[in-house]
Each structure stands twice: as C-alpha cells, then as structure tokens.
Design a protein around this ligand. Structure first.
Ligand code: AMP
Ligand code: MG
Length: 443
C-alpha cells in the first residue's frame, strides 16, 4: 500500500492512499443510489473512510473519552503480592481440619502496606487486614466474624467454615506483568483511568481529536437572535449537531447558516475542507431541491447522492471533497431535524469513530414488547422514537412517542430510545417484540 501525506497545519496525518468512491461502490453488487438499503450505505461508508494516524500523549485524566493510540502493556503485577481479601487471620491451609475446631497461636499482625515478615509454622496464624500481604507459608484467611474465642494470644477456627486457599487474592490476578492491559482503539472510560493508575501509568498516547466542520443550508433559516421573518424557521440542526459531536469528543468548527448562493456555498465548503477532517451539512440534498448545495458538492469532489431506503432521512450525500491540496469527508444530511439526528447516529457516528481509530463494537439492540401496533412498510428501515418503561409484569415495554414526522424534534427530546424496524420487517402487532436502541447507558 502506498501513502500520501496530507499537509495540514499541526497535523502529521498519514493516510493510506484512497481508492475512489466509484471504486468502492463498483465492488457492491446491486448498487442503486436511488434505492440504497441502510446496511449497504453503512458498508460503503465504512469501506471508503480511512482512520487518521496522529496521536498525542496526555495525562490520564485528560484522556477520559479519548481513543487509545497504542496497546498498554502492564509493567507490573496487580496486585504485586498475594494478599488478604478480608480482615481476619492468615493461616496455613494444611492446618485446617474438616471436622475438628483448631486453636491457633497468634504470632503477629499484617497490615495493608506493612507486612508481617516472619515465617508462620504449624499451629500458628497472623492477624491480617484486608490488603495485607500474605505472610510466608500462609495461603488462607479466615474472616474475623467466623472465628471463636479470639484473644491477644489465641484464636479458634471452627471446623468446616473455610477451605484451604479461601479469601486470598493472588499476585497478578487483576493484571499480570507483560500482558496487554488495554487495547489500542479503546475509548477510555472511568474504569480505564483507574486501571491505568493501578499500573502506575501517568500518561497515555491517544488519537488526536477529530476536527469536524458543520453548517446549515437554506434561505429560510434564521440564526438565534435574528428576527423570524414570515415563512422562516430557526436553525436547530447546528445545535443538535453540536451536542452529538461534543458527546463524541470532536473538535468543532461551526460555520453558521449559509444561504443558497453558489459563491457563498463554495467558499464555505472550501474553507471547511481546508480546516477539518470531516464536514457535515444539513439541508439541500433532497431530490429536486432548488438549490446549489448538491452542485457545489459535486464540483468540489467525489460525492455520491443517495436516496436511502429508510425513514426518516431518505436523501443523503456522501463522499470526499478537495480544496487546495487538502481533503475532508463529506456527510450531506437531509434538512429535517429528526432526519439529521437519525442519519448522524446511523451513518456519521460510526464513520467518525472509524476515523478516530476507535474499536467498533456495535451498539446492542434490546428486544422489548411493543405496547401498541406499529405501521411499517417492508423494504425500508424505519427508526421510530420510543419510550422504554417497565411493564406491570416487570419486563421492558416500548411505546412510540406520538407523531413521528421527520420535522418533529419534540419526538426525539421525549424519547429514551430508537425503535429500529428492520428493512424486511412489516407491520408490528401490539405485544410483538421489536428491537430498540437505548439512548443512555450507565457510563
Ligand atoms: P431540505 O432538506 O433543505 O429540503 O429541508 C427539509 C426541511 O427541513 C425544510 O422544512 C427545512 O426548512 C427544514 N430544515 C432544513 N435545515 C434546517 C435547520 N438547520 N434547522 C431546522 N430546520 C431545517
Ligand atoms: Mg433547504
């Protein structure tokens, strides 16, 4: 494979040489841009997009939410020694008797961080705290509450309470030296920061943030603070896009609302292309739209215009545009506010994660019972907004959030999940199981 270096300011981006979008789609059987199934569009995007190769070192707290750029190998065993999982007494498992209580002599104490460093012999034990290093010869801990007649000198271990090896954490059982603790491509979450700290790792290499430029197109759009003239609407897409990109950890370039004027559009596309890795636009890609957005996209690069077999969000443009030796991936989303969010979540999100070099684990679809019947036409994928709740029988159920028009943003705001009605699926009867994608997770 040959490589080209993209000469962007402050970016040492090394991208594998790309085949054209035409090459990618020509490998698809039955490619029809005017009736493209969701899965096929997702495949084409995935095949065309290449990850960026540029990383930086960050202190682990700053690395939260960022993508690891290299495997992290554990340099130490965690824990470093066998130690106690309980407050109690460390003893030799071979001294235990299955049917006789035994009395042991207490010869000292092991604290967490302060070991007892003499040998323990037959008939002896050591008082030990949680995390205390297991004294020599000891392999078992009896929790304090299981013991009888404990005093300063002796303690009785009742028969049958514990087995040899109980309540001991083994050296390296969390992570062993030389093993991969975290894999390249992992998006770092709170547990990972703790894990890195437990290895003594203070800094990690992460992929640099993606730079994403976005703007809205349409003569009817007004920005906040402007007068809402007759027939106009406030531009809401730049705000939902801001929120979605922020959650993905992207750097953003908000380029505002651009009127349907060829020069203004072209200048904006060029500037976006020269400063960003990816460009997201909304509006102006519908079939028969009386505007210049599509024309500009086509002039500046390798762009396909699709009608996708989905609802909402049928029209979409995808490709790569070029300006003055620089290039950026382009996602031309439809204008309707719900369609913007749906196409972002089901096409753009994965593409951006792939560009970031993040591991691609599909989001889990949860099967739940539908409270009502849902009308659905086979032969397209529908994404309806739903509210998952717990039914009287304790199981999950989902109800659709009223009107599902692609302009009704309220339906996204009220929903806590997306009901995914698959391509081949037809009408759904009340009580039938449907797949949902939950908006929020624990972490
Ligand atoms: P279009 O895809 O440009 O034909 O737009 C479809 C519909 O979405 C029209 O009703 C537009 O007014 C509306 N729309 C387009 N862009 C935005 C935006 N940025 N904010 C809110 N509504 C929009
Ligand atoms: Mg428009």
């Amino acid at each position: 494979m040959s490589y080209v270096i993209l000469n962007r300011n402050n970016m040492n981006t090394l991208e594998p040489k790309q085949s054209s979008l035409h090459d990618v789609v020509s490998c698809q059987s039955d490619y029809d841009p005017a009736a493209l199934p969701v899965e096929q569009a997702q495949q084409i995007i995935q095949q065309f997009i290449a990850p960026i190769h540029s990383s930086e070192k960050l202190a682990i707290r700053q690395a939260l939410g960022r993508t690891l750029a290299a495997d992290i190998i554990s340099g130490i065993n965690v824990p470093a020694h066998d130690n106690s999982a309980m407050d109690g007494y460390a003893l030799r498992g071979i001294d235990l008797s299955p049917d006789l209580d035994i009395e042991l002599k207490i010869i000292g104490t092991a604290f967490a961080g302060r070991a007892f460093d003499a040998e323990v012999n037959q008939g002896e034990c050591v008082r030990i705290m949680t995390g205390g290093v297991m004294p020599d010869n000891c392999d078992t801990v009896i929790p304090q509450e299981f013991t009888l007649n404990a005093n300063e000198m002796h303690v009785t271990i009742p028969a049958g309470k514990i087995k040899s090896g109980d309540n001991r954490r083994l050296k390296g059982e969390d992570l062993s030296a030389g093993k991969t603790a975290l894999r390249k491509g992992k998006i770092l979450r709170p547990a990972d920061l703790g894990l890195l700290a437990s290895l003594g790792v203070a800094e990690v290499p992460v992929q640099r943030r993606l730079r994403v430029a976005f703007f809205s197109t349409g003569d009817e759009l007004r920005s906040l603070g402007e007068n809402l003239d007759e027939g106009c609407v406030y531009d809401s897409n730049r705000y939902t896009l801001y929120g979605m990109l922020q959650r993905l950890g992207c750097d953003m370039i908000d380029m505002g609302v651009i009127k349907d004027e060829p020069d203004a559009l072209k200048a904006t596309f060029r500037s976006a292309c020269e400063n960003a890795d990816a460009i997201i636009t909304s509006g102006g890609v519908s079939v028969g739209a009386a505007d210049y957005t599509k024309q500009c996209m086509a002039e500046l690069g390798d762009v396909a215009f699709w009608t996708i077999g989905m609802r909402p969000g049928r029209p979409m443009a995808f490709g790569k545009i070029h300006s003055h030796g620089k290039s950026a991936y382009l996602f031309g989303l439809p204008g309707n506010p719900v369609a913007v969010m749906v196409t972002f979540y089901f096409f753009v999100r994965n593409a951006l994660l792939h560009m970031m070099g993040a591991e691609n684990t599909p989001l889990p679809l949860v099967p739940v019972s539908s409270v009502t019947a849902i009308r659905k036409r086979a032969g397209r994928t529908e994404y309806q907004r739903g509210i998952v709740s717990i039914a009287e029988n304790g199981k999950l159920q989902v109800a659709i959030t009223g009107a599902q028009g692609s302009g009704i943003l309220r339906s996204m705001s009220e929903a806590n999940c997306m009901v995914v009605l698959h391509h081949e699926q037809g009408n759904v009867a009340a009580g039938e199981t449907v797949d949902v994608l939950l908006f929020e997770g624990l972490i």
